[in-house]
Design a protein around this ligand. Structure first.
Ligand SMILES: [Zn+2]
Length: 347
């Protein structure tokens, strides 16, 4: 039985359009008035954008409503959908905690409030009816001051029960001038036992080899096989995994056709670099993880054997999966075992 691991999903982009729209109708008069009819909202929310920056603008719409009070509402629905419709056994959820604190507070007050956000997300993720193993990745942000980013890393270090890793998000073109700062923060994180990933080599404007040695996984990284395949043997030797999110590149204008995605997979397989297939923003795209898999098969980007290799890689590179094997091998032995007595559970 196939159960999946999702390694790259943003809390902001994880809300499916129907859940977000219904939330507006129930709890937010202004946004309900702005989007009175569902189909129009879905069209607005899921349509492709021209650039990564334009696409990231949409996150701000969700961030403003994902307040301390509203987070449990959204997370419960996220976990429920992931369990019921996506067969997820494992989910790493990422977000920038600072951007979930009230904007009217001072920077210092907002930093103080971040711990509360981590606890709210942690508790809300443990839905009894939908038992998925979850952990959080806290995202530093390319547009936030270094004090805030440092506080995010320190917070991650102090919450091992909820947080497994750090990331840098906000568009890979925007931290070019601050590479030394992020190298320092990643170095600090590694020295405190945190796991690391980072949005890097997603677009042609975000290729920084200096940062690579600090990352255990690479958020996207598709420009490496496309433009810098000479780096692949080094990635394979360091067992760094790419988190490839197929739908994203067509929503952000980063790729133009599927044949480019085939090059990404082919070159990685050839070089022995693992790929975990992820959704990035399953809600914003309205594409759940099993459909990402199916799309890749349908369009002949990968075959079934390669798909299974990617699914296994996702569990191998999961930062907080507590077992030695993926769930399929655990379950198969249970499902195929003869019951002790031939006692039917059916009437
Ligand atoms: Zn992402």
């Amino acid at each position: 039985m196939a159960l999946y691991a999702e390694l790259h999903r943003h809390l902001g982009g994880s809300v499916v359009p129907r859940v977000l729209w219904r939330y507006f109708q129930r709890r937010n008069e202004d946004l309900a008035a702005k989007f009175p009819v569902y189909p129009e909202f879905e069209e607005f929310y899921t349509r492709p954008r021209n650039t990564l920056d334009e696409y990231l603008e949409l996150h701000t719409l969700v961030e403003t409503v994902q307040t301390e009070q509203a987070l449990p509402y959204f997370i419960y629905r996220l976990i429920r959908g992931a369990y019921i419709f996506e067969n997820l056994a494992y989910l790493e959820l990422r977000y920038t905690p600072y951007l979930r604190t009230p904007e009217h507070l001072s920077q210092g007050e907002r930093i103080e409030q971040m711990a509360q956000i981590v606890e709210i997300v942690g508790k809300a993720s443990q839905a009894e009816d939908y038992p998925i193993v979850t952990s959080q990745i806290l995202c530093m942000h390319s547009r936030l001051p270094s004090e805030v980013n440092r506080a995010i890393v320190e917070l991650a270090v102090s919450y091992p029960e909820y947080v497994c890793a750090i990331d840098v998000a906000g568009g890979d073109a925007h931290y070019r001038e601050r590479l030394d700062e992020f190298v320092g923060l990643y170095d600090y994180a590694r020295s405190h036992g945190l796991k690391t990933t980072g949005h890097l080599y997603e677009t042609v404007d975000g290729c920084y080899p200096q940062l690579l040695p600090y990352l255990m996984r690479i958020g996207h990284g598709i420009q490496i096989p496309l433009k810098y395949p000479e780096l692949l043997p080094q990635l394979a030797a360091n067992q760094q995994c790419l988190e490839v999110c197929p739908t994203t590149y067509f929503k952000t204008g980063t790729l133009e056709n599927l044949s480019q995605l085939k090059i990404v997979f082919d070159r990685c397989f050839e070089a022995g670099v693992d790929i975990a297939i992820c959704t990035d923003n399953a809600g914003l795209h309205n594409v759940r993880l099993p459909f990402e898999y199916e799309n890749l098969l349908t369009h002949d980007i990968i075959d079934f054997r390669q798909l299974q290799a990617c699914q296994d890689a996702a569990f191998r590179h999961a930062f907080a999966w507590p077992h030695q094997q993926p769930p399929a091998s655990l379950l198969t032995s249970i499902l195929q075992k003869e019951p002790p007595e031939a006692q039917s559970i059916y009437p």
